[in-house]
Ligand binder design. Structure first.
Ligand code: SAH
Ligand code: F3S
Length: 438
C-alpha cells in the first residue's frame, strides 16, 4: 500500500505553492499519496508561517495535537517546514522533541532524503539553509487540475522593512532563470492551464541575465510569457511600490493578457510611519504610481496590505491612512494589527498604544475599504467583464472569476468550463454577480 502524506499549510500563497511542490516531490520520489486525514498519514508536514505571532502560535497548537496521534502510532513521522522552521531552527526540537524533521522554505526539495536519513539512523534531521535557487532544479514537474496555475518566479526579499521576518526566514531576493519559468508555464498550458499567477514576495524585483547577457526585468518576463498562445490571462502577486517602473505600468495598457487588477501593499498613509517601517517611499510617491496605473488602465482595481498600530502610530497618522484609503479608492485589503517579530528592528520600538485603540483603528480601516469595495461592485452593473469559468453549478449554469476577482454566475447553453469569456454584468444585487454572454 502506498504511504500517505498529510500537509497542513499556514500563511501566504508562496507556502501554498511550496506545499503543492512537497506533495509532488514525495509522490515522485517515494510514491506518497496525499490524504486529507491526519490520522491516516505516515508523514505529517506542517508548512508554517511566522509573519505574525498568532500564525506562529497555531503551529505549536497543531504540534500538541499531532503528538497525541504519534503516541498511538509511533511510526508516524512529523516534519516542520516553512518560516517558523527557518526562524526557530532546532528550538522546535526542544519544545517538541517528537518532531523528526525540520526543513526551511529553500530546502523543501531535500525532504525525501532527510526522511531516508531519519529512517536509516533513527535520528532527527534539520536543514534550514538557503542554498541559492537550487530547489527548483530538484522539483518534479508540477501537476494541476483545472484552468489556473501558480508559478514561482523569485524567492525571498531584500527590502528589510523594519517589522518583517521574511528576509530572515526566506532569504534575500533571488530570481529564477526566465527559460525555466517559460518552460514551466508551457508545461502547465499543456495540461490545460489558461491562467497563470506569477508568485514571489516582490515579483517586480525580478531580474535575470541569460547566458548571452540579455537582462529581463519583470515587465519583459510578462511580455515574454504572454506570447505563449494557449495562455490567456496573467496575474501576479505580490508587487512592491518601489519597483513599479514605467515598463511594468505600460504592461497594464499594452498587454491584453494581464488582468487589470493589482495588489500593491501600502502599509500606512502616514510618511512618519512609513519611514519608521523603512518602506522607503512617501505617500505622495505611492499616489503618483496609482495615478500612472489608472492612466494606463482606467478601470484597474487596487488592493493593498495595511499594518495598524505600528509603534508610535498616532491618531493623526491613522487619520492620514483613512484619507489615503479614500484618495486611492482601495477595493480590498489584507489588514492586521502590528505584531512584534523577534529579531526585527521594530521589535525594539516602544509601543504605547492600547490594544483597544488598535482594534478600533483596524475596524475603521476595514469598514471603509469594505464600503468602497461594495461601491466598485455596484459600478460593475452593465459593464463588460472577462471571466474565467471554473465550475458548473447547475443545468446550463456556470461560475467564474472576473479580472478584478468578483465571482460571476453565468447562464450558457453550451459548456463554457475552462474558457475565458466576455460577459455583460446584468445583476449586482446578490452575493455573486450575474452575467450574460456577450
Ligand atoms: N512583499 C510584500 C509583503 C509580504 S508580507 C510587500 O510588498 O510589502 C505580507 C504582509 O504581512 C505585509 O504586507 C504586511 O502588511 C504584513 N506583515 C508583515 N509583517 C508583519 C508584522 N510584524 N505585523 C503585522 N503584519 C505584518
Ligand atoms: Fe516583508 Fe517588506 Fe519584504 S513587508 S516581504 S520585508 S517588502
Amino acid at each position: 500500500m502506498p504511504k500517505k502524506i498529510f500537509i497542513k499549510t499556514f500563511g501566504c500563497q508562496m507556502n501554498e505553492y511550496d506545499s503543492d511542490q512537497i506533495a509532488n516531490l514525495m509522490n515522485h520520489h517515494k510514491g506518497y499519496q496525499k490524504t486529507e486525514n491526519m490520522e491516516d498519514a505516515d508523514l505529517v508536514v506542517l508548512n508554517t508561517c511566522s509573519i505574525r505571532e498568532k500564525a506562529e502560535d497555531k503551529v505549536y497548537d497543531q504540534l500538541g495535537r499531532i503528538k497525541e496521534l504519534k503516541m498511538n502510532k509511533p511510526s508516524m513521522k512529523i516534519a516542520v517546514g516553512g518560516c517558523v522552521a527557518s526562524q526557530e531552527g532546532d528550538n522546535i526540537f526542544k519544545r517538541a522533541p517528537y518532531v523528526d524533521i525540520i526543513f526551511g522554505p529553500q530546502t523543501l526539495h531535500r525532504l525525501s532524503s532527510m526522511l531516508e536519513e531519519n529512517e536509516k539512523k533513527d535520528q532527527s534531521q534539520i536543514d534550514v539553509s538557503f542554498p541559492a535557487i537550487e530547489k527548483f532544479d530538484h522539483l518534479p514537474n508540477v501537476k494541476v487540475d483545472g484552468y489556473s496555475g501558480n508559478v514561482s518566479i523569485m524567492e525571498g526579499c531584500s527590502k528589510y522593512c523594519s517589522f518583517c521576518v521574511v528576509p530572515y526566514t526566506r532569504g534575500e531576493e533571488v530570481s529564477r532563470p526566465a527559460e525555466d519559468i517559460i518552460e514551466e508555464v508551457i508545461k502547465l498550458t499543456q495540461q490545460g492551464v489558461i491562467e497563470i499567477n506569477l508568485l514571489g514576495q516582490n515579483v517586480n524585483a525580478y531580474l535575470y541575465k541569460d547566458k548571452k547577457g540579455f537582462e529581463y526585468d519583470f515587465a519583459e518576463l510578462i511580455n515574454f510569457i504572454s506570447q505563449i498562445d494557449e495562455l490567456q490571462r496573467i496575474r501576479f502577486t505580490t508587487s512592491h511600490p518601489n519597483e513599479m517602473n514605467e515598463s511594468l505600468i505600460n504592461c497594464f495598457r499594452d498587454n491584453k493578457k494581464l488582468a487589470n487588477f493589482i495588489h500593491l501593499p501600502i502599509q500606512s498613509g502616514s510618511d512618519q510611519v512609513l519611514a519608521a517601517m523603512k518602506r522607503n517611499y512617501l505617500y505622495l510617491e505611492y499616489k503618483q504610481i496609482i495615478k500612472k496605473l489608472r492612466a494606463a488602465s482606467p478601470h484597474i482595481l487596487i488592493s493593498s496590505d495595511f499594518i495598524v498600530g505600528f509603534p508610535g502610530e498616532s491618531d493623526s497618522d491613522h487619520q492620514k491612512t483613512l484619507k489615503a484609503i479614500q484618495e486611492i479608492d482601495f477595493d480590498y485589503s489584507f489588514s492586521f494589527i502590528y505584531s512584534p517579530r523577534p529579531g526585527t528592528p521594530a521589535a525594539y520600538l516602544e509601543d504605547r498604544t492600547d490594544t483597544s485603540v488598535k482594534k478600533l483603528r483596524l475596524k475603521e480601516i476595514q469598514d471603509l475599504i469594505a464600503l468602497q469595495g461594495k461601491r466598485h461592485t455596484q459600478n460593475m452593473l452593465n459593464t463588460h467583464q472577462r471571466i474565467l469559468v471554473s465550475e458548473q453549478i447547475g443545468v446550463n449554469k456556470y461560475k467564474g472569476r472576473s479580472d478584478n476577482n468578483r465571482i460571476i454566475e453565468i447562464e450558457a447553453p453550451e459548456n463554457i468550463i475552462n474558457k475565458l469569456i466576455n460577459v455583460k454584468i446584468v445583476d449586482v444585487s446578490k452575493k455573486n454577480l450575474t452575467g450574460i454572454l456577450n
